[in-house]
Design a protein around this ligand. Structure first.
Ligand SMILES: C[S@@+](CC[C@H](N)C(=O)[O-])C[C@H]1O[C@@H](n2cnc3c(N)ncnc32)[C@H](O)[C@@H]1O
Length: 329
């Protein structure tokens, strides 16, 4: 009898632990189909289903869940509207919507984590489709920019930096923020994904001092050395066995006393261990993505390639995200 009670109690505990997932799932569906926009003003389920040409029963159910989670509320007998709108992801049309994070989590991370049993059984890993997910991943990183940029600016102010190379620049957010403050300094961004590079070029074509190249950084050779090289959210794209060469490359491409600025989640970090281990579990399901580095690994690589560690600062503590700055000796 006691053993049975314990089982029920355990099941109840797991069910309760799963409740936060419901909030993320609900917000993801609302973001993906722009349903929060549809219910920004009171609207009936029928009119939204008709206007968006979507399945009404499922919409009804999504609304019911939304009411229990307090994402939505009844405005009248037939009409529903959003509740606590400030908590919900903003529209897809906005550049900085937290919805991109939900999208990456639900479409990439959760399926990858759920594939563990079959990957383990089949002794295999999957292939990361950067064509399909490259844009989402680049957009998610943009959310970090606001937190990380002050660290970068501190480095810019402290050292005399006249030229910047951004490796794996995504949509070019960091160099745009820099170029807004330093319109005379030379900035180059390298991005392998054609669509993402195009997006960056379009966003930045009014800046005379920025050049975006749609290239693989492994095939790139700069014609001039730089004062600062950035590699933001890039280390999980670099095979650990090639990271030493990557540091050497950065050193070769830097002026004397040049700076290497790296933004990355770190394994076994002092802060955010749960998040960074989950992140790592996701990366490790892919044969073409790699584990995030540890602080020790980064310090060893820096030492071997003649860099001095200037600073290692947490950016988002609960996420285990760090900004590292190294100086070429
Ligand atoms: C996670 S995003 C980060 C974007 C940006 N650095 C940021 O932090 O917001 C990493 C970017 O690196 C690009 N990338 C990966 N491998 C690359 C390579 N070998 N050469 C150039 N870009 C690469 C990816 O296409 C992706 O857009």
């Amino acid at each position: 009898m006691i053993a049975e009670m314990a089982k029920v109690w355990r099941a109840r505990t797991w069910m309760k632990k799963n409740v936060p997932f419901l909030y993320s799932w609900h917000a993801y569906v609302g973001y993906e189909l722009e349903l929060f926009e549809s219910f920004r003003k009171p609207a009936s389920i029928q009119e939204v289903a008709l206007a968006k040409n979507i399945e009404m029963d499922l919409l009804q159910q999504w609304v019911e869940v939304g009411i229990t989670l307090k994402h939505l509320k009844r405005a009248s007998k037939d009409r529903v509207r959003i509740k606590n709108g400030w908590k919900l992801p903003s529209s897809k049309k906005e550049t900085f919507s937290s919805g991109v994070l939900l999208k990456e989590m639900m479409e990439l991370h959760i399926p990858a984590l759920l594939s563990y049993p079959s990957l383990l059984r089949n002794q295999t890993k999957q292939q990361f489709n950067s064509e399909l997910h490259g844009s989402t991943v680049a957009k998610t990183s943009i959310l970090l920019e606001r937190f990380a940029f002050p660290k970068l600016q501190k480095v810019m102010k402290k050292f005399k930096v006249n030229s910047v190379l951004d490796l794996g620049c995504g949509e070019g957010g960091y160099i745009r923020r820099l170029a807004d403050r330093y319109p005379k300094k030379r900035m180059v961004g390298i991005e392998i994904h054609e669509g993402v590079a195009r997006e960056a070029q379009e966003k930045l074509n009014s800046y005379d001092n920025i050049e975006i190249l749609n290239r693989d950084l492994h095939e790139y050779e700069p014609d001039q050395a730089f004062d600062l090289i950035m590699a933001n959210n890039l280390f999980h794209y670099i095979d650990p066995s090639e990271r030493l060469q990557f540091f050497e490359k950065a050193s070769d491409w830097l002026e004397k006393k040049g700076l290497f600025f790296v933004l990355t989640p770190m394994q076994k970090s002092k802060h955010g261990k749960q998040f960074s281990s989950a992140f790592n579990s996701f990366f490790m399901t892919f044969q073409n993505l790699y584990p995030i580095p540890s602080q020790k690994e980064m310090e060893t690589l820096a030492k071997k390639t003649g860099f001095k560690v200037i600073s290692i600062d947490p950016i988002v503590k609960e996420g285990g995200w760090y900004a590292l700055c190294f100086k070429k000796k």
